[in-house]
Write a new protein. Structure first.
Lengths: 257, 233
């Protein structure tokens, strides 16, 4: 029999590789933790029933139970029995310094740039559509959210305020798909961007960039809005790369006692 | 002799459908208001009232299968206790489920309902109002339109009752009327945003900045909603 493996490239082999159940369970844990961290699932909220969850994730019930048990062990969810029972979100997942450091170690500069590239593509279209489609009274809310990052000095709240602003741009673009794409992209990077393990970020600077962008949308200036959002994302990418280098490749001075 | 053009006919059909639903929403609002007839002001929303609101919302959703959500939103000034301020329910394959909202100002997913257009408008005018299409990111997380009527208790505005309709559903409902119009045509809302268009020329969510020379706006005779039909004669 002709081997299909022989005729596939290395990239294609990646596509067809089997999905181990443990990886799927981890993916569920990741998905739910990130959703809580981004504020999409709130503390106190009940998750859908297990049968519905395993169907939605497309996994075996045993895989789902493994994921939930992992989340319970981490203290993120709790399961209560009885009539008003179910699995509830009980705690914000604590993105430990170790997890952030590991993200920086495991993510190559090329990958960071590539996330930035995708974000740039999504955001450029998003802000252009927001210029076309936003109504004047919707702008006030955007201007308010633009300042969100300076309203707190807690890094996890700054991260949420940052992502909230970007998600709002997609809401103003009237596009559920762009909103979902933005949520996914925010989930990938926003915690790393604001974590104290990363280099300190200047919230004033970020708020100023958000405000300039919101004003461009208010003025219905799509060219300006696009240019501003692309620069803003480039700053994010530079920050992540600098943070990675400062963690993973310590300078000589830092290594010396 | 006057002839009815396809555009006028479509505008009439859309108005008829919208007004029928509007009457039902008025009834829904009156039914909820009746829970507090002769009661004290500000209103007290008891657990029993919340149960009653749930069954009314369930009934409304059952009778209007195209609606994805229904319920009531009270004005914070009108009710005594903070509970029961936002009783909104969504239809699931089996039964209904209450939507949970973040009502803490400054909260991450703060649902600033008192500034939502369908609330402010009903509060300001005391009339029905419609808002959408919009991405309901903090509520249903769907692309929807919300249609509300004010709840009046003792002659005073207490909140709104209403329902949410998915845009994709609205498209199914209005498309037959719109497709009967030759040429590009669209149903547009009060802020001149496309709700449903009959071709690729006018896409849902887009705003109509100017009316092309060969087109005109036909008002949809559904009071206070500001809907119109963009079409050639």
């Amino acid at each position: 029999m002709e081997s299909f493996l022989a005729s596939t490239t290395a990239f294609q082999a990646q596509v067809y590789r089997a999905l181990p159940e443990t990886e799927r369970s981890e993916a569920i844990v990741n998905r739910i933790s990130k959703a809580i961290a981004l504020g999409l699932l709130k503390v106190g909220e009940r998750l859908p029933p297990e049968t519905a969850l395993s169907e939605m994730f497309g996994v075996a019930p045993s895989t789902l139970r493994e994921a939930l048990s992992d989340l319970r062990d981490q203290g993120i969810v709790a399961t209560r029995r009885g009539r008003s029972g179910g699995t509830f979100v009980v705690k914000q997942p604590f993105t430990s310094a170790d997890v952030i450091k590991k993200w920086f170690q495991d993510t190559s500069i090329a990958e960071i740039r590539d996330v930035g590239d995708e974000h740039a593509a999504i955001a450029a279209a998003t802000v252009r559509l927001a210029c076309e489609r936003a109504e004047p009274h919707e702008i006030n809310r955007l201007l308010e959210l633009a300042r969100g990052v300076v309203m707190t000095d807690k890094s996890e709240l700054q991260a949420r305020a940052d992502s909230r602003f970007h998600i709002e741009l997609a809401v103003l673009a009237q596009s559920p798909r762009l909103t979902n794409a933005e949520i996914r992209l925010q989930a990938e990077t926003v915690q790393a961007l604001w974590a104290p393990e990363s280099l300190t970020r200047n919230p004033e600077q970020v708020a100023a960039e958000h405000l300039a962008l919101a004003r461009a949308i208010a003025n219905d200036a799509p060219e300006d809005a696009q240019q501003l959002v692309l620069e803003h994302i480039r700053h994010d990418v530079h920050h992540l790369v600098d943070a990675k280098l400062s963690l993973g490749y310590p300078t000589d001075q830092q290594e010396r006692p | 002799m006057t002839t009815t053009t396809p555009a006028v006919k479509a505008a009439k059909e859309i108005a008829a459908w919208t007004n029928t639903l509007g009457t039902d929403i008025d009834k829904f609002a009156a039914q909820t208001a009746a829970l507090w007839t002769n009661g004290p002001s500000p209103l007290k929303v008891s657990p029993r009232d919340i149960t009653a609101l749930e069954s009314m919302s369930k009934e409304f959703l059952g009778e209007h299968s195209f609606a994805v959500g229904a319920g009531v939103i009270f004005s914070a000034e009108a009710i005594e206790n903070p509970d029961g301020v936002l009783e909104w329910w969504t239809a699931r394959t089996q039964g209904i489920e209450k939507l949970e909202f973040d009502l803490t100002p400054g909260g991450e997913r703060f649902y600033d309902y008192q500034n939502m257009p369908f609330f402010t408008s009903a509060s300001r005018t005391g009339e029905r109002s419609m808002w959408g299409p919009y991405v309901d990111y903090l509520g249903l997380d769907e692309y929807i339109l919300t249609y509300t009527a004010p709840i009046q208790v003792g002659g005073k505005f207490a909140g709104v009752a209403g329902c949410d309709i998915r845009i994709r559903k609205l498209e199914e409902i209005f498309m037959p009327a719109l497709r009967a119009i030759p040429g590009d045509a669209a149903l547009i809302n009060d802020s001149r945003r496309v709700v449903v268009g009959n071709s690729g020329a006018y896409l849902v969510g887009e705003r109509i900045r100017y009316i092309p020379k060969d087109k005109q706006l036909f008002p949809i005779e559904a009071p206070h909603l500001g809907l119109s039909l963009l079409s050639s004669r």
